[in-house]
Each structure stands twice: as C-alpha cells, then as structure tokens.
Write a protein that binds this ligand. Structure first.
Ligand code: CAA
Length: 408
C-alpha cells in the first residue's frame, strides 16, 4: 500500500494551491458579500488547465489521474466552495460522463471544448418537485423522427446561466420507471432553452446556481448520450464522479476550518494565555484533525479505485457522506473557536459554515447516503456491471496525443 503522491500529483496540487492563495482567498469575501461570481474565475480556471485536469490529452485535457482531481478539489475548496462546485458540475458530472458514455463524435464536439475550457458544462437532473426521488421526474423527451422534443424545468442547477452544454436527463417513456429515462446533451443556444439565476441562498453566494426551462427544444438524436432508457444509470454514474469531487472538496473545507482555527487559537488570549492552550479548544482542534485525516483517506481510496477502473459507488457514497457531514461539524466548531468574531464576516469561518450546508443536501442528501450504506451492508444493494464503465487511468493513453489521421 503506497500513500505517497507522485510528482504529477504534487505538481498539480502545488499549482492550484498557489492559485487559490494569490487569486481566490484575497478577494472571495468581497464576491461572497456581493453575491456574485467573480467574472475571472472560470477563465482563470480554464487558462490554468483546471477545467480539463482529469481528461486525456487527446480530448483536450491535461491527462492527470482521478486522485489528482480529488487533490485539486481539496485545494479549490480550501479557498471557496464555489470553485469546487464548478469542478463538480463541469468535470465530475458532465465531462467525465462524456468520457464514460460518449461516442467519439460526442467527445470531439463536446468534451474537447469543455476540457480546454472554451465551453462550460453543467448537469440538469433535479426538478422543482423532484430531488432524491429521481425516478419521479416530470420533464419529457419525445422522439419525433431523428429528433427528440424536450419539455420541462430543471432547478438548483449550478452554472445554469454560465454553461454552454447541459447534460439533461428526461423521461422518454413515463410509464417505464427508471428504465424510461434518457440523457441528452442540450446546448444553451438551442431555441426554447431559457435559464435564470437563483438569489438569496444561504451559501455558495459567489457561485452561480439557477434554473433551466425547456420548451419544445429540438435535440438531434446524435446528442443523446448512451442508449434510450439508459438515462437513470448515466445520471447515477455521473453522481459517482460528482460525489467524489464534493467529498474531496469538503475535505478541503475541513482543512480550512482547522487551519484558520489553529491560527486564531494561537493568537487570541484569554486568562493570560493563548486559547490554543485551553483543553476544550484543543478538543475541538483534535476532532477537526481526525475528521480531516479520515475524509482525506476516504477520498484517496475512492480515487485509487477509479484509477484502477474498479466500481466505487459505495466507497464514493460513504466518503461524500462522511466528508460533508464533518465539514458542517468542523465549520460549527471553527465559528465557536472564533467566538463573537466567528459570528461576523470579519473572519471567513462564518462563510465556511454557510457554504458547508449545501453539500449535505446536493448530490445525494446525507440521509440518502446513510440508507445506501445500510442497504449495501444488509445485502439489499449491489452494483451490477455497466455497458460502459468509467475508463481506468492508463497514463500511456491519457497522456498521449491522438495518432495523426491517414494523409496528415
Ligand atoms: N451507476 C450506474 N448504474 C446505477 C448506479 C450507479 N451508481 N446506481 C444504480 N444504478 C442502476 C442499478 O444497477 C439499477 O439497474 P438495473 O435496473 O439494471 O438493475 C438501476 O440503476 C436502478 O437502481 P436502484 O434500484 O439502485 O435505484 P434506486 O431507485 O434504489 O436509487 C437512490 C435510489 C439511491 C435514492 C437514487 O435515486 C439517488 O441516488 N438519488 C439521489 C439523487 C441525487 O443525488 N441528486 C442530486 C442531483 S445533482 C446536483 O445536486 C448537482 C448540482 O448542480 C449541485
């Protein structure tokens, strides 16, 4: 068993850590207060290759492995949750689904521009009346000749007003339960697609969250991802990757709480000594360290399984559940350590607390993950092989340029 990071992983981690320290942390409080996304966030992430970090070079990406994706998400959320959310939807839920399920033509048309950062991707599953119970969605996709006509609304969509490509799941056969759903690549410029932002959120205020409405949107059959009826499985497999980015990001949030609390506890004095010397403060710091270590090991295990091409639905679910639940706990403790200052936006810990809450709701609530873990343990749930698995990390393939076409 090898717990060390290789040179590529360390290099990516160092680059993102420097970006966060110099370009995110100094100004993020201001953007959070304004409740706006910094307009340079997405272009800078694109320019640094972050938006294609875990996509093979031949598809416009940087060719790093799945563990590196986790490390990058940890570093991004050390700065602010909003940057990690970008990775969850653009990379985890959308780009990796194209890599897993897309045809070569779809990869060229949609994955390449997403990996280079020329276009942004998002994921549209949730609806105004349907979250955990995906199977009861009401949006529809009706086949007419070589097109599908999509109608319905999608809600709580990260990057709704920024993304160019949406991975949309809708019902192609409303009577067939989870076998009656299909997945489509819908572009924001298709007639009938409208999107708007949602304001007044508790957290991720410097991020973009919104809704999408589809009215008689004509989607060519070439934009269907996977076979008709595979939409539920595609959505669940996308969540296996999205949840991994949420978990590794939440690990970064625990680290932010720990680092900021340690700094404050060493500076702040009560009774003539730094509060870091009081046992009840040490208890909180000790717990945060324990949560950070456990969350990190859980996501590294999930990343390792992805690298080997081994199905990891259960391991990703348990790490998403653990890391996000404990990021809320860590943020509560961080605010407590900061006392009254923790209750004001003079220190970032109040933002950490507000940001932590979303991740125990999206990409499977903690309750859904708890039920899934119980069902795996009780033998009620097992993973069956898929028609198309997420490709294992093979450095030779991931880092090589495509062979030149005949005649080039
Ligand atoms: N990958 C591929 N296929 C999978 C799968 C996976 N991870 N999980 C299940 N499947 C397959 C099963 O093998 C099964 O296939 P067969 O019919 O061939 O056997 C089929 O899908 C149905 O599976 P289940 O019976 O296990 O499905 P279920 O009804 O028990 O699932 C659930 C229930 C676990 C609650 C699931 O609906 C779920 O995870 N809900 C939460 C949804 C969610 O996370 N939403 C978040 C929205 S995205 C978001 O928040 C992003 C954002 O923008 C912030």
């Amino acid at each position: 068993m090898d717990f060390s990071l290789n040179d590529d992983q360390l290099q990516a981690q160092k680059m993102v850590r420097a970006f966060v320290a110099t370009e995110v942390i100094p100004t993020i409080g201001e953007w959070d207060r304004k409740q706006e996304m910094n307009p340079t966030t997405l272009p800078r992430m694109a320019a640094l290759g972050i938006l294609g970090v875990c996509v093979p070079v031949r598809y416009g990406g940087q060719g790093f492995d799945y563990v590196t994706l986790g490390l990058v998400c940890e570093e991004l959320e050390r700065g602010d949750t909003t940057l990690r959310v970008v990775m969850s939807v653009h990379m985890g839920l959308n780009s990796l689904s194209l890599l897993q399920w897309g045809t070569e033509d779809q990869k060229q048309r949609f994955l390449v521009p997403q990996a280079t950062g020329e276009k942004y991707g998002a994921f549209a599953l949730t609806e105004p009346g349907v979250g955990s119970d995906v199977v009861n969605m009401t949006s529809t996709a009706r086949r007419v000749g070589d097109k599908y006509i999509l109608n319905g609304e999608k809600m709580w969509i990260s990057l709704a007003t920024k993304a160019h490509h949406f991975l949309v799941v809708s019902k192609t056969n409303p009577d067939a339960g989870h076998k009656g759903m299909s997945a489509f690549i819908v572009t924001s410029d298709m007639p009938g697609v409208t999107a708007g932002d949602i304001h007044g959120k508790l957290g991720v205020r410097a991020g973009s969250t919104g809704w999408i409405a589809m009215q008689d949107v004509e989607v060519p059959v070439e934009n269907r991802l996977g076979e008709e009826g595979e939409g539920f499985k595609i959505a669940m497999s996308a969540l296996d990757n999205g949840r991994y980015t949420v978990a590794s990001g939440a690990t970064g949030l625990i680290r932010a709480c720990l680092e900021d609390s340690m700094k404050y506890a060493k500076e702040r004095k009560t009774g003539g000594k730094p509060i870091a010397e009081h046992q009840l403060i040490k208890q909180k710091i000790g717990y945060m360290q324990q949560w950070y270590d456990a969350a990190r090991l859980l996501y590294l295990r999930a990343g390792w399984l992805k690298n080997q091409g081994i199905r990891n639905t259960r391991e990703t679910s348990v790490c998403k559940w653990f890391a996000t639940d404990h990021s809320v706990q860590a943020a509560l403790e961080a605010v407590q350590i900061h006392g009254a200052y923790g209750f004001s936006d003079e220190y970032p810990v109040e933002r950490y607390l507000r940001n932590s809450k979303g991740a125990v709701i999206y990409e499977g609530t903690s309750e859904i993950h708890q039920l899934m873990q119980a069902d795996y343990a009780l033998g009620n749930r097992e993973d069956r092989p898929l028609r198309q698995e997420l490709p294992a990390y093979d450095p030779e393939f991931w880092q090589s340029e495509p062979a030149p076409a005949a005649g080039d």
